[in-house]
Design a protein around this ligand. Structure first.
Ligand code: NAD
Length: 357
């Protein structure tokens, strides 16, 4: 049965980098006989310009019917003056909530060829390959009640609620255990169970789930220690699973270990493994239209899409190997340029990945 992919180029460098990922997807579609069907739609600023809203119902409808979505980036100064509800970012948030994308997968991979881009010593980070699985639709960012209230005496108090139901913990836990199964079989659950009851429950459920995945070695770590260990000895981790807020912070910390934002893919999945895949960076309006953006984060997002939503592991690995081969050849876009390397633009980088495939 054929599977459908919706491409949402978005704004800024989005169309340039998605175009390269699209060429790569067409190539593996042919080579591995995947039977993928492609469609393209507007989101973000591009949709505001074309249809007056950041997530037109036609785009949402296409997204709901597709097996996977590849997004470039949204936003830019052109739309910064619009009211909140009409801003390009609402297009992204709307897709996340409508598709119930509760699992955010953020790999932090440091290709040995780019070890000098990290602010940490090469021997600490070279070859780093971590996957952070962050719960994306629950926890303290969404818990009720929330707000700012006035106490007796007139002092104001801000408050939020940190809640996770058993089913929410279980479903993100399963995604993480399954990811660990596909990788090195090591899962570290990060919590604050010495202080927060909600994470005592989190830890209990993770331990319970572990019985279903005997081949995965589960460990637990407090979030403050995890933050330290990530900069001290990051290669001790394989898969990390954590809640929304801790994951927000730790995934950015892990991303920065690699030092190159143009290389980092991400995935957001729902219970049906339908997913939205996008680079971790934004629309880079400062370099849009110049043909110099790094397309590799988007190309690697396409590889994640093949792995997690389209059951095409072999094609995913072929793309990842091609990216590594291109780095071996010394080809670099401006953002990852180093001494002695050959500087290339967006299209040439895409050409090189295609050639390596
Ligand atoms: P950004 O990630 O777009 O850019 C930060 C810096 O990194 C810039 O100097 C940019 O040129 C560079 N950069 C980013 N991606 C690159 C790539 N692939 N190749 C080479 N260089 C790259 O972040 P920002 O400047 O804070 O935000 C710009 C716009 O993007 C804003 O409108 C913001 O709201 C939006 N944004 C969108 C997303 C998203 O769509 N998921 C995420 C973050 C920011």
């Amino acid at each position: 049965m054929s599977q459908s992919v919706l491409l949402l180029p978005g704004d800024g460098i989005g169309p340039e980098i998605v175009a390269e990922a699209e060429r790569v997807l067409h190539k593996v579609n042919e080579r591995f006989d995947l039977g993928l069907q492609f469609a393209t739609a507007d989101v973000g600023g591009a949709a505001i310009d074309a249809a007056g809203e950041p997530l037109p119902s036609k785009t949402l409808d296409q997204a709901q019917k597709s097996d996977a979505i590849l997004l470039g980036a949204v936003g830019g100064p052109k739309w910064d003056g619009l009211e909140m509800a009409l801003r390009p970012e609402k297009g992204l948030l709307g897709l996340r909530s409508n598709l119930e994308l509760f699992a955010n997968l953020r790999p932090a991979i440091l290709y040995p060829q780019l070890a000098s881009a990290s602010s940490l010593k090469p021997e600490v980070v070279s070859g780093l390959d971590i996957l952070i699985v962050r719960e994306l639709t629950g926890g303290i960012y969404f818990g009720q009640p929330r707000g700012v209230r006035e106490l007796e005496g007139g002092e104001r108090q801000g408050y939020n609620t940190y809640v996770y139901s058993e089913s929410e913990i279980r479903r993100i836990g399963r995604v993480a255990f399954e990811a660990a199964q596909q990788r090195n079989g090591k899962l570290c659950s990060v919590d604050k169970a010495n202080v927060l009851e909600v994470t005592v429950l989190w830890r209990e459920i993770m331990n319970d789930l572990a019985k279903d995945y005997p081949e995965v070695e589960l460990s637990h770590m407090y979030v403050d220690n995890a933050a330290m260990q990530l900069v001290k000895a990051p290669k001790q981790f394989d898969v990390i699973v954590t809640g929304n807020m801790f994951g927000d912070i730790l995934s950015d910390e892990a991303a920065m270990l690699t030092g190159s934002i143009g290389m980092l893919p991400s995935a957001s999945l729902n219970a049906e493994k339908q997913g939205m895949y996008e680079p971790c960076h934004g629309s880079a309006p400062d370099i849009a239209g110049q043909g110099i953006a790094n397309p590799l984060a988007t190309i690697l997002s396409a590889a994640m899409m093949l792995r997690y939503s389209l059951q095409a592991e072999e094609a995913a690995q072929a793309i990842e190997a091609a990216v590594s081969a291109v780095l071996d050849q010394g080809l670099r876009t401006a953002d990852i340029m180093s001494e002695g390397a050959t500087r290339v633009g967006t299209r040439e980088m895409g050409d090189a990945v295609l050639a390596a495939l």
